[in-house]
Design a protein around this ligand. Structure first.
Ligand code: PMP
Length: 370
């Protein structure tokens, strides 16, 4: 069998299981855009505060290109660091109340960098069952042993920690990307304190600062992305100076790749300034309003509608698309088998008319919101 024939059989299998994926162009500037020439409102992006299209953020990216050109031209340790990178990292460290921060080319690369640097062969990693693929891949690539604890189950985590000797690292998302629920951080931090474990928090989807508090007597590393709340591209790690310096020396996803582009770096820095200001707070208030309309009392802008079968999720997504509303169907392996769902994400860039349209479309389908 040729490689092409083999690949075709694989694709046929995916199609039969309703799991075939392809990219679809969505030409947009904010939530409104065009799919195949049709006007569509998207409830699918992670641009929670709508900062990717803020005038100051666009201007910062333009200025950076005018000053420095388009690329970083080399890896960060060669000549790929501009003063812009240093400024962004200082701002990120201050934002996360950490001593230092280090930018990576994506949140994915940041998780790989943290885990491969810190989870050495004498370490055990304790990882939430619903952690993101980049955490799972970081654990696979690291030399440590990995123990998976049941989703948000601190008792299970605690029992696994108690059975283990040696260095320990607990890793969890603070806001889970496919369910929009929050980890019980105070209890997880207490377990880390009792068992002397390093706490690694992936805050990629944390637009409301659920893990803003400092944790007393626990060493914490925070992993974030520049691509969601900050509307740019890239990732970062924030934490104690020695751990960040070690990543500069050991994290292969930092060392062996070209630095973040000047435009992305400047855009993230400008977005962070807005995010951390009174205007950012006003955007979060707006966002809370939309969440309240779609899923009252839900804590985050990620609202899942669990439908179970893959085909049911695909059909629901297609029904909405026919009404000019794009909500993606999320299927295994992104989520566990039998929990295929619509994943609605809300943004401060949505307006009352858009959210009302979504609400009406969901109500007429009488789908339950988890
Ligand atoms: N962590 C989580 C929880 C995520 O959801 C994602 C992206 N979907 C990432 C990390 C990776 O971030 P990036 O898109 O910047 O690579």
């Amino acid at each position: 069998m040729s490689w092409t024939e083999w690949a075709t059989t694989q694709l046929d299998e995916l199609a039969r299981a309703q799991r075939l994926r392809r990219t679809v162009a969505f030409d947009c500037d904010g939530p409104e855009g065009q799919v195949n020439g049709r006007a569509v409102i998207s409830f699918a992006s992670n641009d929670y505060l709508g900062l990717s299209s803020a005038p100051e953020v666009r201007a910062a990216a333009h200025n950076a290109i005018d000053r420095f050109g388009t690329g970083a031209l080399a890896s960060r340790l060669v000549v790929g660091t501009r003063s812009l990178h240093d400024e962004l990292e200082a701002a990120l460290a201050a934002w996360k109340s950490s001593a230092r921060a280090l930018a990576f080319n994506s949140g994915y690369a940041a998780n790989l960098g943290v885990l491969t640097t810190l989870a050495t062969a004498d370490t055990t990693v304790f990882s939430d069952a619903l952690n993101h693929a980049s955490i799972i891949d970081g654990c696979r690539l690291a030399r440590a042993r990995t123990c998976v604890y049941r989703h948000c189950d601190v008792e299970h985590l605690e029992s696994l920690l108690a059975q283990t000797d040696g260095r320990k690292l607990v890793v969890t998302e603070t806001v889970f990307s496919m369910d929009g629920d929050c980890a019980p951080l105070d209890q997880i931090a207490a377990a880390c304190r009792r068992h002397n474990a390093l706490l690694v928090l992936d805050e990629a989807h944390d637009v409301f600062g659920v893990s803003k508090d400092a944790f007393v007597d626990v060493e914490v590393i925070r992993v974030g992305t520049l691509s969601k709340t900050l509307g740019s591209l890239g990732g970062f790690v924030a934490g104690p100076t020695a751990l960040i310096d070690l990543m500069i020396n050991r994290a292969r996803t930092f060392i062996f790749t070209t630095g973040l582009s000047p435009a992305d770096t400047a855009a993230a820095k400008a977005a962070l300034q807005i995010c951390d200001s009174a205007r950012g707070e006003a955007l979060r208030t707006e966002l809370r309003r939309w969440i309240e309309m779609i899923a009252p009392a839900h804590p985050t802008p990620i609202v899942p509608v669990i439908l179970g079968a893959d085909g049911a999720a695909v059909a629901a997504s297609e029904r909405l698309l026919a009404q000019g509303i794009y909500v993606p169907a999320i299927r295994p392996p992104t989520v566990p088998m039998g929990t295929a769902r619509l994943r609605i994400t809300l943004s401060a860039r949505h307006n009352l008319a858009m959210v009302s349209r979504l609400k009406e479309a969901l109500d007429t389908k009488s789908t339950e919101i988890a």
